[in-house]
Design a binder for this molecule. Structure first.
Ligand SMILES: Nc1ncnc2c1ncn2[C@@H]1O[C@H](COP(=O)(O)OP(=O)(O)OP(=O)(O)O)[C@@H](O)[C@H]1O
Length: 279
């Protein structure tokens, strides 16, 4: 990892209309360096996807700022965004909906290559990216329905990385895959973004996988970051009761699963953020 900061998001607040409005993200800051994988974990509704959409420039935060490669990201019209922000790519949960079912997969990877070319980067071939993500290069002329879920996600990863992003935002990229392929796809993503010198924001509720691939982890609850630090330190000595309750729910390899102690409503109401461990 280098010291170059790819993403610097400061004091993000995301609200959705309603009466009262929903405060989905309430003062979240995060930094991602080149070559670094940062995970965002927390229960459903804690605001992870809202952070992802704000940092990717899809939604404008109500407050705070997002610096990407040291320049502010502001959501643009879709067409302008497509041109100027291809250095941020996203991988979503369901590759069946993110890939176009009527186009050959190689052509879809070529879209990523064209995005890199438009930014002045060298040309590459879809086959090269297929090889990198572990797919048979002769499959470039196939259609998405000819692939398994895990293979489709590898195509989506190939397409995203072919654009040579500086930042990959991956929102639950493994949760729709077979358990047998989840870890290998996540590890592949981590290895490739590091190799390409990109940063990755990796959102997952699979804490065992996060433990294996993330350099740093942010634990979110109720729109706020409760605890953040190097992943190994958070797992080995979680300081926040919410983190402890999340980790207690991870099944152990023999499938026995430790029994989580559910926090009471009073305990939850008392939770406040713990200052980050600087690394
Ligand atoms: N478009 C929307 N309009 C209104 N409320 C929304 C919208 N999107 C999200 N929310 C609310 O914002 C909060 C945070 O949602 P978000 O999807 O960011 O959480 P999450 O941690 O990604 O959850 P999940 O793991 O279920 O995807 C939730 O209370 C959710 O109901």
């Amino acid at each position: 990892m280098t010291d170059r900061i790819v993403l610097d998001a400061r004091d993000l607040v995301v609200r959705y209309p309603g009466s009262p409005p929903v405060v989905a993200v309430d003062g979240v800051s995060l930094r991602i360096g080149a070559g670094e994988t940062v995970a965002l974990v927390g229960e459903s509704g804690s605001g992870k996807s809202s952070v992802a959409r704000a940092v990717a420039g899809i939604d404008r935060p109500a407050e705070g700022e997002v610096l990407f490669d040291s320049a502010p990201v502001s959501p643009l019209g879709i067409r302008r965004r497509a041109r100027s922000l291809t250095a941020i790519q996203m991988v979503f949960q369901d590759p069946s909906t993110s890939l176009n079912p009527r186009r050959r997969v190689g052509d879809q990877v070529s879209d990523g290559i064209a995005a890199a070319r438009a930014r002045g980067l060298a040309a590459s071939r879809p086959e090269e990216w297929f090889e990198r993500v572990g797919l048979d290069t002769s499959w470039v002329s196939r259609f998405p329905h000819q692939f398994s879920g895990g293979q489709k996600q590898r195509v989506a990863i190939a397409r995203a990385l072919a654009a040579r992003p500086h930042l990959l935002v991956a929102d639950e990229p493994i949760s729709a895959l077979d358990a047998s392929t989840q870890t290998s796809v996540a590890a592949l993503m981590r290895d490739l973004v590091a190799e390409l010198g990109a940063g990755m924001l990796f959102i997952s509720h699979d804490l065992a996988v996060v433990r294996r691939i993330a350099d740093r982890t942010l634990v979110m609850y109720g729109g706020r970051v409760m605890e953040t630090g190097p992943t190994a330190e958070i797992w080995d000595s979680p300081r926040h009761p919410y983190t402890r309750s999340l980790l207690a729910a991870i099944p152990v390899p023999d499938g026995a699963g430790r029994i989580p102690v559910a926090p009471t409503a009073d305990e939850r109401a008392s939770w406040t953020a713990i200052p980050p461990i600087e690394n």
